[in-house]
Design a protein around this ligand. Structure first.
Ligand code: MSP
Length: 506
């Protein structure tokens, strides 16, 4: 049996175009999934769109379109995020698909059968923009405490989920599984929220119809979050399918939707007797040039536009390197340009370029190495345990730390090159030059393999330049020293990372 891994993005509301926020979560999940695959795991990476609820129905009305037709159009924009960000998602689920509706219905029936659903009357405030119910006390200045958007008074017959029955069970679970909610600061927030007491949740609506009908009572549609959360199971054919081998998943979400994933979803799963997710990881929010991203400031970052201007690998690198995963951060073009120029063009691209140009010009094939010196051994020693270190950071979704660890050896490689001066050895000691170049080339395999999940296109180019075929290695562990074939031809390389300018500042 092979080891399995499952990672999910939230399913996005297709009520506007995808922006940096959606690109961010999806890229983080993609890097993780690519890493796992390279590390020998049978991996499933899921993303998709959340297509029910009043918010969507109203967006379609505003566009003057029939709801499903509106969704089919805008859905394409979300699918396009995969080629734009180079995402390797295995599936893309839409909640209006029959496969999802069937399983959401089954989930409802399971909860009902287990005695956790009952009918009553709901009266309270509802924010359409957040698709969330609030009590009078929770409102801030009569508006949503989360988004500041207006709320509407709702009074209708409704089904309820017995959330209150799970208060202690959830607290026990968080205690027994300290890594379930990450980062730790978010975990503490959730715990205090639950300790304040959980009320039963209204899980159906009667005043609009854009949703999945409640089984046996089609006057009601399911509350959009109950429908949406189930997507993580409907994509793998719960309760019975080959794909159930991937469960439990890791859910990566923005901090604003942590409560749904860390409280409501686990309670639903407990009620349905489904094992709980492995982890819910809440990341922070991006501002743009120091301000909240918003159409009115004209500072919304469009993934298509920035990847076309700066390159997909460059943007993938920047968003995962710039801020620690879990914290908020700012997308600034100056910082982006600085990182591309210093980390990618200078430290990495230029290094490969210098080494491989020398090899192409002076040797023409992978150089033969001779006796290793202490300096060679010391440099090679820096790669001891690097795969394990990066693996550990990836396990903890600490993408910035994984990159920091990789860049430690990138900087060492530059220092080793500068200290050994192969361009001087070319005349004085060509055999020694060959050894130095060979040591560097071998070390590039580690660097190339480890950056591959982050920057797949650049890594493929580097592999080709090193004449290191993907068939030569299946997992990260195959990036060991002195396994390149000396017969392999090395051609003059062309640059992979170019210096850029801040086009807007210019
Ligand atoms: N449809 C729900 C999720 C259902 S999951 C069962 C939803 N959709 S959303 O489109 O509004 O938000 C999707 C994700 O984008 C959320 O995780 C949210 O945190 C994230 N982001 C939205 N704006 C963001 C930033 N400015 N920065 C980072 N992430 C942001 O909520």
């Amino acid at each position: 049996m092979s080891k399995t891994a499952y990672i999910t993005t939230p399913i996005y509301y297709p009520s506007g175009n995808p922006h940096l926020g959606s690109a961010y979560t999806s890229t983080a999940c993609d890097v993780w999934a690519r890493f796992k695959r390279l590390d020998g795991f049978d991996t499933l990476f899921l993303t998709g769109t959340d297509e029910h609820g009043l918010k969507i129905q109203r967006s379609a009305e505003k566009a003057g379109m029939e709801t499903q037709a509106y969704l089919d159009g805008i859905n394409e924009k979300f699918r396009e995020l995969s080629p734009i960000m180079n995402l390797s998602n295995d599936d893309f689920i839409r909640t209006t698909e029959q496969r999802h509706k069937d399983i959401a219905t089954k989930m409802w029936q399971t909860l009902e059968k287990a005695g956790y659903i009952y009918k009553d009357k709901y009266a309270g405030w509802y924010s359409v923009s957040d698709e969330t119910y609030y009590t009078e006390e929770q409102l801030v200045d009569g508006k949503s405490p989360d988004s500041g958007h207006p709320v509407e008074w709702v009074e209708e017959e409704s089904y309820f989920f017995k959330m209150s029955a799970f208060e202690q069970k959830l607290l026990d679970f968080y205690e027994q599984n300290p890594n379930f909610i990450q980062p730790a600061s978010r975990r503490n927030e959730v715990i205090s929220f639950v300790k304040n007491g959980l009320e039963d949740v209204s899980v159906s609506r009667t005043t609009f119809n854009w949703g999945i009908p409640v089984p046996g009572d089609d006057k009601h549609v399911m509350y959009v979050w109950v429908d949406a959360l189930t997507n993580y199971l409907s994509a793998i054919g719960w309760p019975e399918s080959d794909k159930m081998k991937y469960w439990p998943a890791i859910h990566v979400v923005g901090k604003d939707i942590l409560r749904f994933h860390a409280i409501i979803w686990p309670a639903m799963l407990m009620a349905a007797e489904v094992p709980l997710p492995k982890q819910v990881y809440a990341h922070g929010w991006w501002t743009s040039e120091g301000k909240k991203m918003s159409k009115s400031f004209g500072n919304v970052i469009d993934p298509k536009e920035v990847t076309e201007t700066y390159g997909t690998d460059q943007i993938r690198y920047f968003i995962l390197r710039e801020i620690s995963f879990g914290s908020d951060g700012d997308f600034s073009k100056d910082r982006l340009v600085e990182r591309i120029n210093s980390d990618l063009a200078n430290s990495l691209g230029n290094l490969y370029q210098r080494v491989l140009s020398m090899v192409a010009k002076n040797v023409g094939h992978v150089p033969q190495h001779q006796n290793l010196t202490e300096a060679d051994e010391a440099y090679i020693g820096q790669f001891n345990g690097i795969i394990g270190d990066v693996r550990q950071e990836m396990e903890a979704l600490q993408f910035h730390k994984a990159l920091e660890r990789i860049w430690q050896v990138v900087y060492s490689a530059n220092q080793y090159m500068d200290a050994q001066e192969p361009w001087v050895l070319r005349k004085t000691d060509p055999e020694r030059m060959a050894t130095v170049l060979r040591v560097l080339m071998e070390s590039f395999k580690y660097i190339t393999a480890l950056i591959k999940p982050f920057m797949p296109e650049a890594a493929s180019k580097f592999e080709a330049q090193l004449n290191w075929q993907v068939t030569d290695y299946k997992t990260l562990e195959d990036a060991d020293f002195f396994s390149l074939n000396v017969e392999s031809e090395i051609q003059k390389p062309s640059g992979v990372f170019m210096r850029v300018e801040n086009k807007e500042a210019a």
